[in-house]
Write a protein that binds this ligand. Sequence first.
Ligand SMILES: Cc1ncc(COP(=O)(O)O)c(C=O)c1O
Length: 426
Amino acid sequence: MTTETLDLNLVRGSFPILASGYIFADNAGGSQCLATAAKRVADYLLNTNVQLGADYSVSVTSTQRVADGVEAARQLFNAKSVDEVSLGSSSTMLAENLARALEADVLDGEEIIVTGEHEANGGPWKKLAARKGITVKVWHATQIASSPNNPYAVSLQLETLLPLLTSKTRLVAFTGCSNILGTITPVKAYTTAIRARAAELGVRKLEVSIDCVAYAPHRRIDVQDWDVDYCFFSVYKVYGPHIGALYTRLASLQSSLQPLTHHFLPVKDKSYKLQPGGPGYELVYGVTAVPDYLRSLSTSSSLEDAWAKIAAHEQTLVAPLLAYLKSKESRGVRIVGEETGGPSRAPTISFIVGGERPIRSKDVVRAFDQKGNIGIRYGHFYAYTLVDTLSPKIDIDDAVVRISLVHYNTAEEVQTIIAILEEVLA
Ligand SMILES: Cc1ncc(COP(=O)(O)O)c(C=O)c1O
């Protein structure tokens, strides 16, 4: 189906700021916004900024625009129905709401499994467990067998998850892609294995929650194919406005979740159940620009094709950067995450500089900041537990240097990044 490569002129022309020449390499923190998304947000505010649901003409238009935004998010999840999609200010807030809504359906003695990845899909479940007095287990990232010499080459592996499951497991919450390690989790394969094990163990009810925030800018989400119950991502990292989107499988919405809304609202089968108050309507309308943009990247207007092109282009960014960092092993550079490119590697690349002449992550980033036309970042990026449990230990406050690229970055930009690193590591 994919016959051509990504049209980088089309891509970069869609983000006016890129014409400035500034190199955005902190995209896992937030991507640049499509001009079309910004225009739609402004258009909503300037022309249709009224409350939804009334019968007068402007309200009819605003209602339709918001419905179009929810439909756009549905497409990005590949959910069956718009009733499975709710929107809110951030993924963190949506996940916290989800945990609150699930609370009554988690029974005494049941267990929850989380990862050490971004706290958004950990904290709400840990807090829920604390409120209910139930057990939380942490599925830690462990050493990748093909990289035995680098203790920081770790990933989430099924072999370490399966023994954590018991007949009491109620929820497994994991990430679709690590925002530090850059590894894309095989969500479908893992979910299938989790469900099979749960069936053997006679689990009462097992649900799976996927954090797709670091995944969504790079690959196609497919909640139906993955067979997951909950999934969320942040549109502001997928080239749109600052808003988050949550998928809840209809069956879970109906049977597992209590409404967070006013008691008199008719919410039984509606994702509105999880929206205590409206999300920013102009931002919801802005979401419509994202699938439109993705389709424009494909000659067949196919989202699958667009994502395949994006993934292929991103590999041309991943490969040279990883190869360069790996070549600096004797200088003390350690990649934190998978050391090689490939289908399971997003262009989110973290590392530390240790060895005999260590350099703090902060100082590596400062050298980039001094150039003035490039943005990268250091820290734990809220994957606190992951970074804190790396062994040998690294300073949690200094943590890792992260260079996070997306499809609008270019091979030339990667060469610029490598040239700066070359100076820093001299
Ligand atoms: C993997 C991951 N999950 C969750 C979040 C939280 O997203 P939000 O800022 O929308 O709450 C982030 C933000 O950086 C993230 O990288």
